[in-house]
Design a protein around this ligand. Structure first.
Ligand SMILES: [Fe+2]
Length: 319
């Protein structure tokens, strides 16, 4: 099936899951329920239309469906913020969808980046906006020069690896894997770093995030103290990162030396291969190559496919 058709079907399912979740949480007022019902119909209809497209219709019809889905998604994001606002103040008059502003740029519904197509996300505020805490010169160099370099070098690594796949020459694989990890991690972390700062920031989080922090760390202050210590004690350059574990369903604070240790942040592992000696020494002694070749015989693809199906429902703005 065409990749974009599959993405539209996933998107349609994502919308319907959201609706189910909202309905299970609380009873919505009539106005909101009316909007919700309309969204439910639209998500279902767009998914159905995408699934029924004949191959010869796809070229013409898919872009139309995707544009419509992106429009619906923008409205749905507004709707979710409206629901949130009415939860905070149930006595507030029900605003109309049109009057409620979108919080951020909607995420494209069906777009994936081909190798070498990463771009630098714009800084969401002026260079001097974070002064006196972070100065304008630092921001200019950090964003325009350093982050841009990660983007450029990540693109180069992806293109070099695509070239290697085409001509079957993997002589420099170790080098390009290092470049991929270092620059990919650098790009993704900085992309997350800029919007998680704002000139009107500080204070404490609220809502479900605050609850989750209290539940796991004990209190906001305890969380903040641990995070600060962790950041200060990273050996050499690196990061402290608050993360959500979909596996454990709790928050955690992690640190990274450099960006990556040959991995990337902001990705979901699907298929790991343990190449520590403890995983093969008894049978293969020092012959890791034989172990790797043999391992392909035991890969559980249906399990990996299931993880992939779950992981790909996450959608963020691609850069
Ligand atoms: Fe940085």
């Amino acid at each position: 099936m065409e990749e974009q058709t599959r993405q539209l079907l996933d998107w349609s399912q994502w919308g319907r899951q959201w609706i189910e979740h909202l309905r299970s949480r609380k009873k919505l007022n009539r106005e909101l329920e009316r909007h919700l019902h309309k969204f439910e119909e639209t998500f279902t209809q767009l998914g159905r239309n995408a699934g029924r497209l004949k191959p010869e219709e796809q070229k013409e019809q898919l872009p139309v469906l995707i544009a419509r889905a992106e429009e619906v998604q923008e409205q749905f994001h507004r709707f979710l913020r409206l629901v949130q606002a009415t939860e905070q103040d149930t006595f507030e008059a029900v605003a109309t969808l049109a009057a409620y502003p979108p919080s951020r740029q909607p995420v494209p519904v069906a777009r994936s980046l081909s190798p070498g197509r990463h771009t630098l996300p714009p800084l969401p505020y002026d260079y001097n906006a974070l002064e006196p805490y972070i100065d304008a010169d630092t921001m200019r160099i950090h964003h325009d020069k350093l982050h841009q370099k990660y983007v450029d070098d990540l693109n180069t690594a992806e293109l070099k690896l695509a070239e290697a796949r085409t001509n079957g020459n993997f002589e420099l694989i170790r080098h390009w894997e290092r470049e991929l990890a270092f620059n990919g991690a650098g790009h993704y972390l900085h992309t997350l770093f800029w919007p998680t700062m704002t000139p009107n920031g500080g204070g404490e989080p609220s809502g479900e995030l605050l609850e989750a922090i209290r539940r796991y760390f004990g209190s906001y202050n305890a969380f903040r103290e641990q995070f600060s210590y962790a950041a200060k004690k990273v050996e050499g350059p690196g990061w402290a990162i608050l993360v959500w574990s979909p596996r454990a369903q709790h928050l955690e604070i992690l640190t990274a030396e450099k960006h990556q240790n040959l991995s990337q942040w902001d990705v979901v592992p699907l298929l790991p291969l343990d190449v520590w000696e403890h995983s093969y020494f008894l049978s293969y002694q020092n012959e890791r190559d034989k172990y790797v070749d043999a391992w392909w015989n035991v890969v559980n693809w249906p399990y990996v496919e299931e993880r992939f199906a779950q992981a790909r429902k996450l959608r963020w703005q691609p850069y």
